[in-house]
Design a protein around this ligand. Structure first.
Ligand SMILES: *Cc1c(COP(=O)(O)O)cnc(C)c1O
Length: 405
């Protein structure tokens, strides 16, 4: 039986598998080592959360310089658990940037709290603006979910300072930022809880998966409980003879990861630093050729203390150019593009449920953002093909000020 498929939302979705992209937005490279790791996990006979999950967690926490890392089903589950253990619920407000994937706002709503959208800094820094966060604070504010856009660090010093002064919890949505550092410290390890995603197009891809990270032992215990039905032990502990029975302390979820995906995660963790660096080199090629060219800008010019994860290659088109026209021109060259993100406050649900605030920077930049292809093993001719196609699109009449309707 076939399902009704909604109309393609954008030019990027118009291509079918028989017209493959010449340059896709991202890719996965299922090489022999990854295939072997998954096959070994399958052959081991332990398919649910077991020794590989435990090893993945241990190694992830080591990479982050300590704390407790708990593997979960996906990044959204990580955010959900984080808000719950921090006590966010009905009557609370949680501040979150509107220029974000919708997951954080959705789980804020699902725990019964109200999302309060805040603005971003500006053309060079698309992360949330600490000054606007501060002006969004009310007596009901409970937490702020900061998002390291594209793997670039937010201004954590100011955000942590104002959170401390106002008694707010800080959740880091580090879905874009595994392996990124600020002042030598790992993103996701600076606030109360860090949340990571290992979705297939993220920097540490395993299919579906996520991680929560905290250095607070009490929060770690509550996260562990809620991840697995509120039960005091998991089957792996019982299998090892560590426990014969269990108690239920709180109504929890099944938000666990399995050993097959953890096996992929262990392999990818070893490669993460090199792959993030490779992304960074491609971003610098884009920057050298496109930043400042005919009004194009490339945000996040290098900053001394930050070592970003380079999840996304985002350019800011000149205001005079139609993004849709540029995207169709690129699609015509079989170059896939995307938009990160349509601002959350503009979606139907959030127009009605969020406390409304002016978001002038987000609104002035959102229609000009364009995400270009980026993956670690992107070939040099793919990078130049994208650069050439962007230049043609921005210069040509199709990319000019009058968009086709
Ligand atoms: C991908 C992503 C998420 C959600 O992660 P999933 O693993 O897809 O549930 C949350 N926030 C941001 C910023 C993301 O990019």
């Amino acid at each position: 039986m076939t399902q009704a498929v909604p109309k393609a939302p954008s030019v990027a979705a118009e291509r079918t598998p028989d017209q493959p992209w010449r340059v896709p937005l991202s890719n996965v490279d299922p090489d022999a080592e990854l295939q072997q790791a998954a096959a070994d996990a399958v052959a081991s006979g332990w398919w649910s959360a077991g020794p590989r999950v435990a090893e993945f967690e241990r190694r992830f926490a080591d990479m982050c310089g300590g704390g407790t890392a708990l593997a979960v089903a996906n990044g959204t589950a990580a955010l959900h658990l984080a808000l719950l253990v921090l006590g966010c619920g009905p009557g609370d407000e949680v501040i979150v940037p509107s220029l974000n994937f919708v997951a954080a706002a959705n789980v804020i709503g699902r725990v019964g709290a109200t999302p309060v959208f805040c603005d971003i800094c500006g053309e060079d820094d698309l992360t949330l603006d600490p000054a606007d966060v501060e002006s969004a604070i009310t007596p009901r504010s409970r937490a702020v979910v900061v998002m390291h856009y594209g793997g670039h660090p937010c201004d954590m010093e100011r955000l942590l300072d104002l959170a401390a002064r106002h008694g707010l919890a800080v959740v880091e949505d580090a879905a874009h930022a595994p392996g990124a550092t600020l002042g030598g410290r790992c993103l996701g390890g600076l606030g109360d809880i860090g949340c990571f995603s290992f979705f297939a197009n993220k920097n540490l891809p395993i299919g579906e998966g996520g991680m929560v990270l905290t250095s607070d032992a009490g929060l770690a215990e509550r996260l562990r409980l809620l991840r697995s039905h509120g039960m005091t032990t998991m089957s792996w502990d019982r299998h090892r003879g560590h426990a014969n029975t269990y108690d239920v302390l709180v109504p929890g979820f099944n938000y666990r990861m399995d050993d097959i995906r953890a096996a992929l995660g262990i392999v990818h963790l070893e490669r993460l630093a090199a792959r993030n660096a490779a992304r960074g080199r491609i971003v610098e090629e884009y920057r050298a050729e496109l930043d400042g060219w005919n009004g194009i800008q490339m945000p996040f010019r290098p900053r001394g203390s930050a070592s970003p994860a380079h999840h996304l290659a985002v350019i800011l088109l000149p205001a005079s150019v139609s993004r849709d026209a540029v995207r169709s021109s690129l699609a015509g060259e079989r170059v896939q593009t995307s938009v990160h993100y349509p601002p959350t406050h503009c979606f139907s649900w959030y127009r009605d449920t969020a406390r409304s605030r002016p978001l002038p920077v987000t609104e002035s930049l959102a229609d000009r953002l364009l995400t270009l292809p980026l993956y670690p093993d992107m070939e040099a001719d793919a990078v130049s093909a994208v650069i050439d196609a962007v230049r043609v699109a921005v210069r040509s009449p199709r990319g000019g000020p009058t968009p086709p309707t």
